[in-house]
Design a protein around this ligand. Sequence first.
Ligand code: F0G
Length: 459
Amino acid sequence: MSPLSTAPGVHRSDFRFRCIACGALSDTASQNFRCATCGDLLEITYPHWKESGLDAQNLKSTWCQRRLSQSAIDLSGVWRFRDLLPALDPSMEDDQQVITLREGNTPLYELPQCARITGVPRLLAKHQGMNPTGSFKDTGMTVAATFARRAGFRWVACASTGNTSASMAAYAARGGMRSLVLVPEGKISWSKLSQALDYGAVTCQLRTDFDGCLRLLQELVLRAPVYQLNSINPFRLEGQKTLALELLEQLDWRPPDHIIVPGGNLGNSSAIGKALLEMRDLGLIPRLPRLSVIQAEGANALVRTLREGSGKSLISVQAETRATAIRIGNPASWKKAAHVLEATGGACEQVSEIEIAQAKAEIGAEGIGCEPASAVTLAGIKKLVKQGFVKPQESVVLILTGNLLKDPDFTIDFHRGDLFKGSHDESASAALNDLRRPPIVLDATLEAVIRTLEQAEKS
Ligand code: F0G
């Protein structure tokens, strides 16, 4: 075991499950990760943190020291923060227990051009698309897959808009487990589907949407010995918390004023919010950033729930958006997300298809790029600035959740001018022409290339 496996004075984090609605505590969770008493979602809680005297300074220096270690568990940008994660089995070597692809360790970029566009000079992007399978899902999957194997499961399964399935398939393969993927037919990008196939998943394209896939999975796990790896699984969210820990470490533990995250099934916002609240309670940060969630207009269940409803019951929608990763109408973790928005004083906003395409091209033009679902963050911050919710002097971190290469069809359609063809946005999309860089087909002559170069220089 690595000498740095726990911080001095820090005990392994024994955990329990707690129902988010009735508060019932339990040591075990059923296959569907729902409360045995009231049926609501479970979260993981650490009852011994207070009395074990977790010390913020100790934690920070331990996490920093682990960066010098070459052990697999320390090279992971998730397990490096394991003091705030469910405890591994103390009778086994840590390195042999964890299923890791060196997830986390993602860059924090400045976005100077986007900063000028939005009027927020301190604009940063935490790029979770730089994870091993190209999305933020890997940070949760390393933890949940590790606990699936530890529980003795041979099969893991998920419903997905693509990224979860890609990540699950990879971690299952690395951990010697089989995986079953349920995706909506024709509604996820080929890149994501190709990952699941290549990593060896049994991949089912169901004739329904994501919400239909998730419903079916919930029934399946009660009938078959498969372990579900959707973000309903609270181990996923524990792993995804480390995004926020790593971000704050990168900022020298000085919280930004705002963190902006896309909202789909609402697991990621819940995880980031949980991490922020835990960091505040442990004294790792002096104050909370505001955490805001942005949804696509066509998949705006949380926006509607908070605006039109009482916030007490979900208003689900029939989801439709080209940002297929967040094409979700009945988000499972909406209560958890609503709670962290309230606790941090964050906002919930929606953006149009045109605004998403524009923001995606603007992030691409920074030399960074992301998938469409991630671009809702930039589109959203523009709105929040206009509304005065984000002030120009405040610092903002956008969470870019997926890599540009996850959805090449969207990008190519945009640059060729085909993205909005035949849709009611077609004429409005002309406003985005300056951002388009269509490929140019030329005769293979030097003159043709030089002429193109000269024209480009003039434009
Ligand atoms: N961004 C990307 C790139 C995603 O893949 C997802 C969700 C989200 C944002 C939204 O995150 O669901 O935690 O609110 N993708 C899931 C999937 C649903 O199956 O890959 P969320």
